[in-house]
Design a protein around this ligand. Structure first.
Ligand SMILES: [Mg+2]
Length: 68
């Protein structure tokens, strides 16, 4: 993901700098799931729900838990 380092840099101002690392797995999982759902011709609601679930399952850190 292109912005992992930048998210970490911003997080490091007031936190521990791991925000980018925590978000990357969730974003990758959401994108892969969305593509998979599109290929299966899922409707928009199903695609978004499954992608959100994938993100919540894989995103790390406090932001991952709160977002989930
Ligand atoms: Mg952190």
């Amino acid at each position: 993901m292109a912005n992992v380092d930048e998210l970490g840099r911003i997080d490091a101002v007031a936190g521990d700098g791991d925000h980018g690392i925590g978000m990357e797995p969730g974003i990758v999982a959401a994108a892969e799931t969305a593509v998979n759902m599109l290929e299966r011709q899922a409707g928009a609601a199903t695609l978004l729900q499954r992608a959100a679930d994938a993100w919540a399952d894989r995103a790390g850190g406090t932001s991952g838990a709160i977002g989930g």
